[in-house]
Design a protein around this ligand. Structure first.
Ligand code: HEM
Ligand SMILES: *[C@@H]1O[C@H](CO)[C@@H](O)[C@H](O)[C@H]1NC(C)=O
Ligand SMILES: *[C@@H]1O[C@H](CO)[C@@H](O)[C@H](O)[C@H]1NC(C)=O
Ligand SMILES: *[C@@H]1O[C@H](CO)[C@@H](O)[C@H](O)[C@H]1NC(C)=O
Ligand SMILES: *[C@@H]1O[C@H](CO)[C@@H](O)[C@H](O)[C@H]1NC(C)=O
Ligand SMILES: *[C@@H]1O[C@H](CO)[C@@H](O)[C@H](O)[C@H]1NC(C)=O
Ligand SMILES: *[C@@H]1O[C@H](CO)[C@@H](O)[C@H](O)[C@H]1NC(C)=O
Length: 330
């Protein structure tokens, strides 16, 4: 009796501590080693697989744009609301689920008693946000401040995927609509698109660009066609950013992406639309130029847009839950 009322008091205290707002100090008492564990987990994963930095950065984006940053993207195929992982655009494309599951285990293991007596402490949504923040750092890019205290959803939303995740065949108006709808301005949008300075895309997502579009550098297109024929080879990969460093290093987070757009070397349609080399400067052209000529300007805009993304409609306070296992609700 005495011990159960004591735990009720404790639970109430813990609940009160969980303020309805995100903060940078959220785990300072309950799990002070959480951030270090997450960051080390990402560093190890990236060491084993350079592309993982890109994959985890994208995972956070695909989480936040669908229902907010609530780890809905991690839920498995049995989840209410459908299987976001299995949805078009994610299936066969999103990577790094097992990395996040491993980090989750490692992090919970270092959280503090008595807090950890009552269940898991660190949300999967926070793990995604901190992991994503580490990705550019692991590839020589910028960092930003991540607020914590997001909670995990109990359900996913496959229907929100089609409505919220921008498709690679979109033009500027469509991309703008998608980002403005989430509270981003055009500078944020162009900066975020620069996340494609790392990572890979599949032939099926850029074939139209190679064979149907004229605003593509001929040398670049010829090179890509070897591995992306007009039919077949759908899942063959090419770097999103054909880095200009010698030797080329697609795993380097830099502003080459924007320099390349100026010579019509955008891999995806949704990238090259940001820069029209033959027309007078439009809204996105000016931003591309600014980022192409100043890596510092790109890094600073990317950092503030990512911090903004990480705050998209989080569940806080007593909303949602902190999952024990990231792929299934408690
Ligand atoms: C602007 C709208 C966007 C569109 C249309 C788009 C589309 C895509 C597509 C089609 C791929 C290749 C997927 C595949 O072939 O498997 C991709 C990969 C990627 N995207 Fe985006 N994306 C957008 C914005 C973003 C943002 C905001 C970020 C993060 C800041 C991001 C980060 C990435 C990364 C890092 C990869 C490579 C992933 C890997 O190699 O595993 N993208 N994106
Ligand atoms: C998804 O979660 C359910 C519920 O725990 C479990 O039965 C199922 O095996 C999981 N699926 C996979 C592929 O892990
Ligand atoms: C982006 O969308 C906003 C809101 O609808 C609009 O005011 C603005 O003109 C759009 N910009 C571009 C470049 O499409
Ligand atoms: C190229 O455009 C044609 C005509 O619009 C279309 O039928 C075809 O599917 C497109 N091919 C690719 C690879 O996108
Ligand atoms: C196309 O790419 C090649 C090889 O990188 C480069 O030499 C050339 O200047 C580019 N052409 C244009 C029009 O930018
Ligand atoms: C670039 O802008 C010019 C002038 O507005 C236009 O004629 C051309 O179609 C545009 N090119 C692309 C690839 O959108
Ligand atoms: C766009 O939003 C960013 C914050 O992400 C802000 O720093 C910047 O001033 C805004 N730009 C414009 C043109 O409003």
């Amino acid at each position: 009796m005495a011990s159960s009322s004591l735990s009720v008091v404790l639970i109430l205290c813990l609940a009160a501590a969980a303020s309805a707002q995100l903060s940078t100090t959220f785990y300072d008492k309950s799990c002070p080693l959480a951030l270090e564990k997450i960051q080390n987990g990402v560093a190890t994963a990236v060491k084993n697989d350079r592309r993982m930095a890109a994959s985890l950065l994208r995972m956070h984006f695909h989480d936040c744009f669908v229902q907010g940053c609530d780890a809905s993207v991690l839920l498995n195929e049995t989840s209410v609301g459908g299987n976001e992982r299995g949805a078009f655009g994610n299936v066969g494309s999103l990577r790094g689920f097992e990395v996040i599951e491993q980090i989750k285990k490692d992090v919970e293991a270092v959280c503090k008693k008595p807090y950890s007596n009552h269940g898991p402490i660190v949300s999967c949504a926070d793990i995604l946000a901190v992991a994503a923040r580490r990705c550019p750092v692991a590839t020589h890019g910028p960092s930003w401040e991540v607020k914590l205290g997001r909670r995990d959803s109990t359900m996913a939303s496959v229907t929100q995927i089609d409505q919220n995740l921008p498709a690679p065949f979109l033009g500027v108006a469509g991309l703008n609509a998608s980002f403005v709808g989430k509270g981003f301005n055009l500078t944020d949008m162009v900066a975020l698109s620069g996340g494609h300075t790392i990572g890979m895309a599949q032939c099926q997502n850029f074939r139209g660009r190679l064979y149907n579009e004229s605003n593509i550098n001929t040398t670049y297109a010829t090179k890509l066609k070897f591995n992306c024929p007009q039919s077949g080879g759908n899942t063959n990969l090419a770097p999103l950013d054909d880095d200009t460093t010698i030797p080329p290093n697609p795993d380097l987070f830099n502003n080459d992406y924007f320099i390349n757009l100026q010579s019509e070397k955008g891999l995806l349609h949704s990238e090259q639309v940001l820069y029209n080399a033959t027309a007078a400067a439009g809204a996105t052209e000016d931003i591309v130029k600014a980022f192409a000529s100043s890596q510092a300007a790109f890094f600073s805009a990317f950092a503030s847009a990512m911090a903004k993304m990480a705050n998209l409609s989080p569940l806080t306070g007593s909303q949602g839950q902190v999952r024990s296992v990231c792929s299934i609700p408690n």
